[in-house]
Design a protein around this ligand. Structure first.
Ligand code: XMP
Length: 322
């Protein structure tokens, strides 16, 4: 596999990195304008702050509400950035994404549907309307490597796949974080002035909760996994794990409630200890926590009758389910 240049977290001098990247962005964009999509993850948050530092109001930041984000996410993120002087416009694209996902069960096809809807349908319209020729994006080194290795098709890697974004979508992509891994980005996010809530945030995948629904993604299934996610995050944040998640299985199983048979959903909980997401081990969670988690999931999430905890390492597992 090709080697890509890397700046290790120990070698990273955040102040000079910020200055260099802000200058690069200014130089690239010139007198023009750029746009970016903020998801609220540490990568796109960092890029938003770098772009804002370089371009001020000439960077237009959108939060695309694809309907598959965590609970209240668009409003919460927009409010955080507002406090930092960055205006974020929320675009409601829920229906478009659910329409694109309808009937698809294959993991890579789901990712592809989300990518295409995001770039071709929603984002390219925003770019055209804004007349921006540049797009700032928070791709990191791990995204590129895993895409190049054919493990997963990350949503934000184009040039590495031989797709010319200028030709395909009409704009040029600037990726200031490609030399960093997640630990480096967190260090940078703190240095760029973002709050702890963002720089210590768990990673969250581009395909969002759709990466956590096995089989077809429907608004109902997303709502189920979204409710389960709230509970998992409330109960597992104290473990300090690198990442934890709720996954909704496709197959239903027989359960029983109030003396009656209930053919219901299975939620799989995963919690990972990891440094850079390349390898990971399941967190050794106490049975007390697991029991509370299971009891809340089966009582607070309608239709859930079974909860399991994943005990596999990455590899051979990956962290997300699709
Ligand atoms: P996997 O499942 O590949 O996940 O072991 C490794 C890390 O990457 C995140 N992830 C993604 N991030 N776009 C992203 O920006 C994606 O398509 C994507 N898929 C996985 C995942 O949450 C984990 O932290």
């Amino acid at each position: 596999m090709a080697k890509y240049p890397e700046i290790k977290v120990t070698e990273l001098d955040p102040k000079s990195f910020i200055e260099t990247k802000a200058k690069d962005i200014s130089k690239n964009v010139g007198e023009g304008t750029a746009i970016n999509a903020l998801s609220g993850g540490v990568d796109s948050s960092c890029v938003t702050m770098l772009g804002h530092k370089a371009l001020g109001n000439r960077l237009k930041t959108y939060f695309i509400d694809n309907g598959i984000m965590r609970k209240d996410e668009p409003q919460r993120i927009a409010a955080i950035f507002k406090e930092h002087g960055v205006k974020v416009e929320i675009i409601d694209a829920k229906e478009k994404f659910f329409a694109a996902l309808k009937g698809i069960t294959d993991p890579e096809e789901k990712r592809e549907a989300i990518t295409q809807t995001f770039y071709k349908d929603v984002f390219s319209k925003l770019v055209k309307d804004s007349k921006a020729k540049f797009l700032l994006q928070g791709t990191i080194l791990t995204d590129i490597e895993e895409t190049a290795a054919g493990i997963k098709r990350q949503h934000n890697v184009f040039e590495q796949l031989g797709i010319d974004p200028q030709e395909a979508f009409g704009y040029k992509i600037i990726e200031p974080l490609v030399e960093l891994r997640k630990d480096g980005v967190r260090k940078l996010a703190e240095a760029v002035g973002l709050p702890k809530e963002i720089f210590e945030r768990m990673p969250f995948p581009g395909p969002a909760l759709a990466a956590r629904v096995i089989g077809e993604v429907t608004p109902e299934k997303i709502e189920t996994v979204r409710l389960a996610t709230v509970i998992v995050e409330e109960e597992l944040t104290i473990t300090g794990a690198f990442q934890h998640m709720a996954i909704l299985h496709n197959d239903k199983v027989t359960g029983m409630r109030n003396g009656k048979r209930e053919f219901g959903y299975q939620i799989e909980v995963r919690s990972w200890d990891s440094v850079d997401a390349r390898t990971a081990k399941p967190t050794r969670i106490s049975y007390e926590i697991l029991e509370k988690l299971a009891s809340r999931l089966v009582t607070e999430v309608p239709g859930v009758v079974s909860v399991t905890y994943n005990i596999t390492n990455k590899p051979p597992s990956t962290m997300e389910a699709i």
